[in-house]
Design a protein around this ligand. Structure first.
Ligand code: GLN
Length: 475
């Protein structure tokens, strides 16, 4: 448990046992929102009214003996890039102003079927592009542990909502680190599942070959439970894996005896010494629990950031072409159709989104396609090969999640390149499509939380969660 707040597992247990009700649990969370939301700004939209109605209906059903699912009565927040029927979905962008999706994302449907109570839509970097939530068109989210600092990003609102006790758990999306990095900076657990394990249907696309949805929670057991609810095949997502989620809650107690844990022989520059000290402590804890530590190399690691900033913007430039003032949200009227497109996009997108669209359009343009986009795809293959070689000698790899703890608001906004460096450890698993998660493991500079990242091969979630559970016990 990372804080004074009650875990998902305990909430479910207490409601089942009749010790509390879904309505009481919800009111406790809404009271915390009332108290601190103005200061933190985790939400774009709080859904108090519908949440109260849902909680009341769950209580009524449970009272009459009706089964309401494994998350009955658990308050959950959703990143505001997941479609919610009839409820604004903004991606923290002005361009989607006034748009209400006509359907729910698959993950939203699955949460509701499991009895979860959605409390609101959380703030993010516009279209999930950023590492601090400062690129939101609606203003930044603040880190609940120190409000002069960022919560990380792009799912900063979802991480902050859990860290502040506004929701017992939340969902984020991770294209290059947007679940794991804010989880690390806010001191909570964050999971980026294997590509294809969680449906992307109804997730507003940033870079479709990298995007995955995953949970933020206080505990590893809560994350395992959320994964079992939201994961599994969805015929509405063509990249969905045609298989069920492996059982995760059942393996948490199995320990790490005999497991081989990979350690990067060459650590990239730029990590805070306190972050590296916590990583060393994590290796020591796993060793004490019976694992062996093996040195591994990922020679292509240093090219991953560059490759990501070609692949992700290239896909984004294509995905974001649909926001032209015709079908969704904002329209700036103009003399003719072409100038209406231009005026709408100029007014609707923020600076970082425009930068990515330009980078991506350039990387895909005739004459440059092979040199930039084509080469980036080759790096993608190389890092996959590096991982395959590394996993010959180890079961998982441990790295820092972020090279630094949460930084002050405004510190990196004038220099996009230093902001991009936040993702050096998280990007490789998106490029490879592998599983990864961040677990809080003590504090570093300024007493801010440090997250340790566990990397596992595709479908390596059971092993990854066993290691996470061991780290949680040790911390
Ligand atoms: N920070 C990275 C970016 O700006 C990753 C974002 C994400 O995972 N959505 O692209």
């Amino acid at each position: 448990m990372t804080s004074e707040f009650v875990s998902v597992v305990d909430i479910v247990g207490s409601i089942r046992a009749g010790k509390t009700t879904a309505s009481d649990v919800l009111e406790q969370h809404l009271a915390r929102i009332d108290k601190r939301e103005t200061e933190i700004h985790a939400f774009n939209h709080v859904m108090a009214e519908s949440a109260r109605a849902n909680a009341a209906s769950i209580d009524a059903d449970l009272k009459s003996g009706k089964e309401r699912g494994p998350l009955a009565g658990v308050p959950i927040a959703l990143k505001d890039n997941m479609c919610t029927r009839g409820v604004p979905t903004t991606c923290s962008s002005k361009i989607l102003e006034g748009w209400k999706p006509p359907y729910d994302a698959t993950v939203v449907t699955r949460l509701q079927q499991a009895g979860a109570v959605v409390v609101g839509k959380t703030n993010l970097d516009e279209f999930a592009m950023g590492s601090s939530t400062e690129n939101s068109a609606f203003g930044p989210t603040r880190n609940p542990l120190d409000t002069s600092r960022v919560p990380g990003g792009s799912s900063g609102g979802s991480a902050a909502a859990v860290a502040a006790g506004f929701a017992a758990a939340s969902l984020g999306s991770d294209t290059g680190g947007s679940i794991r990095q804010p989880a690390a900076l806010c001191g909570v657990v964050g999971v980026k599942p294997t590509y294809g394990m969680v449906s992307r249907q109804g997730l507003v696309a940033f870079a479709s070959s990298l995007d995955q949805i995953g949970p933020f929670t206080h505990t590893v057991a809560d994350a395992a439970l959320l994964m079992e609810v939201i994961g599994g095949h969805d015929p509405l997502d063509s990249t969905s894996l045609d298989q069920p989620v492996p059982s995760l809650t059942a393996v948490l107690g199995r320990g790490v005896k005999g497991m081989r844990i990979g350690r990067l022989a060459d650590m990239p520059d730029g990590c805070e010494p306190e972050v590296l000290a916590r990583l060393d402590a994590a290796f020591a804890a796993l060793k004490a629990a019976g694992a062996t530590i093996v040195d591994i190399a990922l020679p292509s690691l240093s090219y991953c950031l560059t490759a990501y900033y070609l692949v992700a913007p290239a896909e984004a430039s294509s995905n974001l072409a649909r926001y032209d003032g015709v079908r969704y949200g904002l329209r700036v009227e103009s003399a003719d159709l072409i100038s209406m497109y231009g005026a709408t996009r100029a007014a609707g997108f923020g600076a970082e989104v425009k930068r990515r669209i330009m980078l991506g359009t350039y990387a895909l343009s005739a004459g440059y396609y092979d040199a930039y986009y084509g080469k980036a795809l080759k790096v993608r293959r190389l890092i996959a090969n590096d991982f395959a070689a590394a996993y010959q000698s180890c079961d998982v790899i441990l790295t820092p999640t972020s090279p630094t703890v949460a930084f002050p608001i405004g510190e990196k906004t004038s220099d996009p390149l230093t902001m991009y460096l936040c993702d050096i450890f998280t990007i490789p698993s998106n490029l490879a499509g592998h599983a990864a998660m961040s677990v809080p493991f003590g504090t570093g500079a300024h007493s801010m939380p440090v997250g340790v990242q566990i990397l596992a091969p595709a479908l390596g979630e059971p092993t990854m969660f066993r290691v996470a559970a061991e780290l949680e016990r040790a911390s």
